[in-house]
Design a protein around this ligand. Sequence first.
Ligand SMILES: Cc1ncc(C[n+]2csc(CCOP(=O)(O)OP(=O)(O)O)c2C)c(N)n1
Length: 219
Amino acid sequence: MHLINMDQYILGTSAVVGTTIPIAVGYALALKRQGTGRVVAAFFGDGATEEGVFHESLNFAALHRLPVLFVCENNFLAIHTPIEKRWATRRLCERVRTYGIAAHQVPDSDVLAIRQLAADAIAAMRSGVSGPIFIECHTYRWREHVGPAEDYDAGYRSRDELLQWQVKDPLKRIRAKLDAAQVSMIEAEVEKEIAEAIDFAEGSPFPEPKELYTDVFAE
Ligand SMILES: Cc1ncc(C[n+]2csc(CCOP(=O)(O)OP(=O)(O)O)c2C)c(N)n1
């Protein structure tokens, strides 16, 4: 949360659900006016689509044909409230299309399908053939809303649901496409990166109290 790195084109995240969507649209307006040919990608959950600003942003982006790829990661949950208690219909893509935005749904976490859709969408926006494009990716949250624990005893969903999603686990499926040597190479690289990060964290001093004010105010 709160990560911003303009050098890496990361515009920032926010604790307030949905607020990154208009920021992405505003940035896309600037990019279009500057004639950069660049595209913004905005990622958000199904809960964010319930915010008024989602609809305002979609309408504005469609009207001005702004280069934004909207990616909704729909895990059917907003903290502990399942989608059937929040949406009268699940026709999210249909709602988005009424704004004049092409919308695609990927119901099975197929990462290669998502990659292809995103690549085609970005190429179409870069060449000016298309305005904004929307992708809804169905997915599932294995653990609690925030933190490492499981909460299947909290009463808002069942472990059965998890088991159905674990069958289509995208990591398992993409791993099955690689040969064993590639898998062990990737695993070794990841283990090394994690070990280095832990060493760095444990070897670093605690921050000084004055660090509280670093990057809080514009210079
Ligand atoms: C405007 C606003 N309302 C409520 C919250 C409390 N809240 C934090 S996360 C969350 C659920 C968000 O659900 P979703 O957008 O689907 O994202 P997910 O966590 O499932 O990825 C809520 C309601 C908030 N942070 N901001």
